[in-house]
Design a protein. Structure first.
Lengths: 571, 323
């Protein structure tokens, strides 16, 4: 039995290996043989077998053999801020904590489809105001203590209650994602979690004061993973440098701005996993230097490939590329509090002026989709009926003339840093400046340092500005609520877009549990938003990573962080 | 001298970093943070206090040897800064050894064989060296020696698969302490590319300075007297000549060392060297005020300290100089 399992995994790995090596353009985002999410009560071990068997169906012909040395080096541009996942929002932190910690639920390996995690089953009662979770038995934290309902309760109370002994407010800890996702903290009006009750050692109940449409999705987020209660006792506020979870890898060491070393957790609850013995997250700040290190074989996977380098890698021996499913939006926003951007006709006209396809081929090496809505296409409630504003400079010019605008001139605020949704903001600004020039509009490129940029756009100092947003839990509310709801002024709504109807639709969708009903509400909101055009949606980009061909089983997750449980190095 | 310089430094850095716009709480929480969360964090970090109060608190801590705590990591800076400092000192030391050995010898020989082929070539290389952008040199080195030839590693201080057991955080010392000569060699290999990249500009400056200083000395009367006594030419140059030409060279070496200690940010970025330049640079990005302040203070202190050593060396080398 055991032998055949090994064989199947080897075969599956070989398949992956050839799939990726063979066609770099495709990457391997579509290796989702077992995409059917299993929401129901599936035992974890059983599920693994199933996944293995399914992969076997695709049967590989030739096989690489697992390498002796199972140490994987993952190189990235910046260091983690903290290993206390709930108190930070940067992707470089969650990339690491995703290996060490687990949440009650988890996501499908390449989508936001919910799967069992530390909870093997869950139920929704009383119209979405009461949830019960059956926890997995026999799971231990890396310090040897048992995972149980008390641990879950303690973690949630720690984030919610500012006076909790492990909240560490005095040490500067803040759990902003908890606040955003659950409507605030204990004592706040909008805070939805009323009570958490331990029913028995392995059953826990959450009582909400109102339904929350994204509650189940939230439970899969890496921000709401479970830390060992004993570790809080032991390390106190230094938990951020001494993470203790239940995940496939346990923490070994961290030298700041250099590397974080993790090793296999031998008592991990999923049998025979993880496959790697050691994972090292190495900081290599310069993109070109990182690629050099990959080519010289010093590292195994690298994040942040320049779109320009992608073409070079095409067909290069020893290297493969991975695509991350798109989960973001890059946009050009209008400051509606300023004239003339308060005029929807002008905003619609400018929507016709930008050539998104050109932008994508010039700056994204075609690794992006043109956007017509705020949310990425895979999201619940994505309105595909909406007809995008076509690129049509003549029409745009005509519309401007009809609306009485002549010699329009304004500032085009340009981000000073690259983001996945905007790999080269300066050049993007130049391309769009040329687009606008074509219709007789003068856009002056303005740029400033990043922290300043964020502060000033929030304060409404800008005209037209460039920015973007990345999803974290696959829930549409995270985009709409933060970017276009009037409650997000000042804040994420830098368009200063205020529409009561949209607000009402978003509020209702937020508390609706039924997925179809929710989708309807979002679709309706998108129609209004499209008509009013508070922004020019530009692209949903597809971030690309590169790796050595020895890497098998690596599937990037749209959230930017994925557990490396199934990854293996081959010879 | 040291104390007024440092107080002045701290005042200037404090004012500048608070004058530039941008909010540490915002950068810590990221662009997707809510205003309420930002406000809450500001309060926790004491950033809502008046600047004067913040400065006095910081200075009061400093007097007790407390460099403050990082806003980003919560850790005490005095503990956090050492590994970065050690990394930079090790790199600077290696770069300067390279720069001095190559630069001084090239300068002396150029002066000795003035207007020869060697002189022209050496000075041309020096000119290129002075004007070479470090990032370009670094990337070229990586491409040739790491990617194409595979002789030397492209990043870091040691092999991440075989981490060095740290005691002093000087890897060349730590590897020997833990009895791992193989790791010593690895660490040395990691030093070569960044060390040469960093040392190239000082090397070129030192070569040019040595040459002009030597030329002056070689033309002086006493050298002619020595030559008249029939003493071998090269030994004149090294023993009698260089001894008198060394003062300006030493000044340049001191200044350059100080500059490298604080200004190696480009090299540290390209070669992923976790040094003090990157430590402070990252802090500027996140507006980690205490780290910027204390980091600059430490760099300034070292700069002053190295120049102090140089001053003391003057009087050792040339007994006529007295303080």
């Amino acid at each position: 039995m055991k032998k055949s399992l090994v064989l199947t995994s080897v075969a599956a790995a070989a398949l992956l290996f050839t799939a990726c090596g063979g066609d770099n353009n495709e990457g391997n985002t579509n290796v989702d043989n077992n995409a059917e999410a299993n929401n129901a009560a599936d035992d974890g071990a059983e599920e693994n077998d199933e996944a293995g068997a399914e992969e076997d169906n695709d049967g590989g012909e030739e096989a690489g053999t697992p390498s002796e040395d199972q140490t994987l080096i993952f190189a990235r541009g910046g260091d983690s801020v903290s290993l206390d996942y709930a108190s930070v929002t940067d992707g470089e932190s969650s990339r690491v904590t995703e290996q060490i910690y687990e949440s009650l639920l988890s996501f499908e390996e390449d989508s936001f489809e919910i799967q069992p995690g530390l909870a093997e089953d869950w139920e929704v009662h009383d119209d979405g105001t009461r949830y019960t979770f059956q926890l997995r038995e026999g799971v231990t934290f890396h310090d040897g203590t048992d995972f149980n309902a008390d641990a879950v309760k303690l973690n949630f109370e720690r984030w919610a209650d500012p006076d909790h002994e492990f909240h560490f407010a005095d040490e500067g800890y803040a759990y902003s994602v908890y606040g955003t996702q659950f409507g605030g903290f204990e004592g706040d009006d909008g805070h939805v979690i009323d009570e958490i009750n331990v029913l028995d050692d392995y059953e826990i109940e959450f009582v909400l004061n109102q339904p929350l449409g994204s509650f189940i999705q939230n439970m899969g987020m890496s921000y709401f993973s479970i830390t060992s209660p004993a570790a809080f006792e032991e390390y106190g506020a230094e938990i951020n440098e001494n993470p203790v979870g239940t995940g496939p890898f346990q923490f070994v060491s961290w030298s700041r701005d250099d590397s974080i070393v993790l090793e296999k957790y031998e008592d991990y609850w999923q049998e025979d996993l993880p496959k790697l013995d050691q994972v090292i997250f190495q900081v290599i700040p310069d993109n070109s230097a990182r690629l050099t290190a990959l080519r010289s074989g010093e590292i195994d996977i690298m994040d942040g490939l320049n779109p320009d380098d992608l073409e070079q890698l095409d067909g290069e021996e020893g290297v493969q590329t991975f695509e991350r499913a798109t989960n973001n939006i890059g946009y050009l926003g209008f400051n509606e509090d300023k004239e003339p951007f308060d005029d929807p006709e002008l905003r619609r006209a400018l929507n016709h002026a930008i050539d998104k396809e050109n932008l994508i081929s010039l700056l994204y090496a075609d690794k992006a989709e043109p956007a017509k809505n705020l949310i990425p296409p895979d999201y619940l409630g994505y309105n595909d009926e909406i007809e995008a504003y076509e690129y049509d400079p003549e029409l745009a010019q005509q519309m401007l003339e009809d609306a009485g605008y002549e010699d329009l001139e304004f500032d085009l605020w340009t981000m000073p840093v690259a983001r996945p949704y905007m790999p080269d903001p300066q050049r993007a600004a130049e391309v769009m400046q040329a687009n606008l020039d074509e219709i007789g509009v003068t856009a002056n490129i303005v740029s400033m340092e990043w922290a300043t940029y964020l502060e000033q756009t929030e304060a409404g100092e800008h005209d037209l500005f460039m920015l973007g947003w990345s999803g974290v839990n696959g829930d549409p509310d995270y985009f709409f609520g933060n970017l276009l709801h009037s409650d997000a002024i000042p804040g994420g709504n830098r368009n200063f877009y205020r529409n009561d109807e949209v607000d009402a639709l978003l509020d209702e969708a937020k508390v609706t549990i039924d997925e179809d009903e929710r989708a309807e509400l979002y679709m309706e909101a998108q129609e209004i938003i499209h008509e009013e055009a508070p922004m020019i949606p530009l692209v949903h980009s597809i971030p690309v990573l590169a790796g050595s061909e020895r890497v098998s089983g690596y599937v990037p997750h749209p959230s930017t962080s994925e557990p490396l449980t199934n990854v293996e190095l081959m010879d | 001298m040291l104390i007024p310089v440092l107080i002045g430094m701290s005042l200037i850095t404090f004012s500048i970093i608070h004058l530039i716009p941008g909010n540490p709480a915002q950068t810590i929480l990221g662009e997707q943070a809510t205003p309420a969360a930002i406000e809450q964090l500001e309060e926790q970090l004491g950033l809502n206090e008046p600047y004067f109060v913040q400065y006095t608190e910081y200075m009061a801590g400093l007097l007790q040897g407390d460099l403050g705590n990082s806003l980003r990591t919560n850790a005490a800076i005095s503990a956090e800064i050492w590994p970065f400092l050690a990394a930079t000192i090790e790199l600077t030391f290696f770069a300067m050894v390279f720069a001095v050995i190559v630069g001084v010898n090239a300068g002396i020989i150029s002066a000795w064989k003035q207007n020869s082929m060697f002189d022209y070539t050496a000075m041309l290389i020096a000119l290129i060296g002075v004007s070479m952008p470090i990032f370009w040199l670094g990337l070229m080195q990586q491409w040739i020696f790491a990617q194409e030839l595979g002789w030397l590693p492209a990043f870091g201080r040691s092999n991440p698969r075989d981490p060095v057991e740290t005691v002093t955080h000087f890897y060349l010392i730590d590897t020997l302490l833990s009895g791992r000569p193989d790791q010593f060699v690895t660490s040395l290999k990691h030093l070569v590319l960044p060390g040469i990249a960093l040392g190239t500009i000082p090397m070129a400056i030192i070569a040019r300075m040595t040459r002009s200083s030597m030329l002056e000395v070689l033309r002086s009367d006493y050298i002619r007297t020595v030559q008249a006594k029939g003493i071998n030419h090269l030994s004149i140059v090294y023993r009698h000549g260089f001894k008198n030409a060394v003062i300006p060279v030493l000044t340049v070496v001191g200044l350059q060392t100080g500059t490298l200690l604080g200004g190696a940010i480009l090299t540290e970025t390209i070669f992923s060297w976790p040094g003090i330049g990157r430590y402070v640079f990252e802090a500027i990005g996140t507006r980690d005020y205490p780290v910027i302040q204390s980091g600059i203070l430490v760099i300034a202190t070292m700069f002053v300290f190295i120049n102090l050593i140089v001053d003391l060396l003057y009087s050792y080398i040339d007994p006529r100089i007295k303080y």
